[in-house]
Design a binder for this molecule. Sequence first.
Ligand code: HEC
Length: 359
Amino acid sequence: MQRLRVLFVIGSLGFLLLGLAACAQVSGEETKRQLATASELAQNVGQLQQLLQETRGELSALEQRVAETEKQVSGFTAAGALALDRTADIPDPPSGKVALRISFQYQPQPLPGNGLRAYEPTPGVNSLWAMESLPAGQPLPVGKPLPDSTLFLEPGESRLVTLAYQNPTAEDIGFLVLPHQEWPGALARYVWPTCLCMSFVYQAPANGAWYRVIRLTVSPDIPPGSKVDALWTVLTDPSVFPAVPEATVSKATPTPAAEATDLVALGKALAARQGCLVCHSVDGSPRVGPTWKGLFGKEETLTDGSTVKVDEAYLRESIVDPDAKVVKGFPAGVMPQDFGQKLSDEEIQALIEYIKTLR
Ligand code: HEC
């Protein structure tokens, strides 16, 4: 009996051991599987971390771009506000008048020194278009600087202004002036500058100066109290503009002859711009109207058979009142009758000076 019990115990132990062994075997496999899963997970975590790091990099690049764009936007907004606000610092005009400020913006860099300035014109050099490059030491023929660069004009008023630049450097400086703009744009149609022309490089010799007389007119129907900023863009790239050619620098103070030449140039330009040359030739060939070649000083025959000597007075009358004396062989009432209103005295004089040169 005792032996049987011992056997039973041993048998039970055996089973137990076998069971344990089986258990151990199972859990070993389980552990292996778990270990594999763990290493797979660890690998995934590694990949995710790398992805995170890359994403962080992209995010910071994006953040930087956002910051840059924001900076640009605020720059544009400031520039826009400035453009809208160009009239804010123009002084108020006296009642019934308008304030017209003359201003310049320089591209790509400012002109050395004070840049272009607006002055009251001086008698003697105040004819429209008068312009010179002056060598060092020769004084600028200008009046007082315009306070705040601003003119106070009655509606319909015209004023001559001298624009001048004093070159403080030992280098010749050339610059080009682009057509003006007006702020606010809605008032642009009321402002009529007879001004700087863009097809010309202006020259200020070393330590010398340059000036030009322009005219600014405001239309009769500009609302009184208006403030307008007339802005010219001045191109100043020294690598583009050539040194001052000797011939353009004046050696002496302006002579009446120099002014007359300016008038002739103006007259020639006006003849083209006002359409005179559509009807009048300058080479003797016939058009709708008589040729201007050889006109000045000749005896003109009129429709009624009488003759008249072509002098300045006759030319002036023919321009402002074309039907007063009608040239034989040509129709009355064809030439526009309103040049007397459209052109200033000076412009009419310029046309006459031009016609006088057509021998
Ligand atoms: C649409 C055509 C036309 C236009 C534009 C025109 N004219 Fe005339 N012009 C004539 C005709 C036609 C005559 C001749 C009849 C007369 O004497 O009025 C004439 C005559 C003249 C005469 C007198 C010529 C002579 O032989 O005695 C002068 C000076 C003159 N014009 C100047 C001008 C000027 C300056 C302009 C521009 C600002 C101008 N004309 C524009 C048609 C024109």
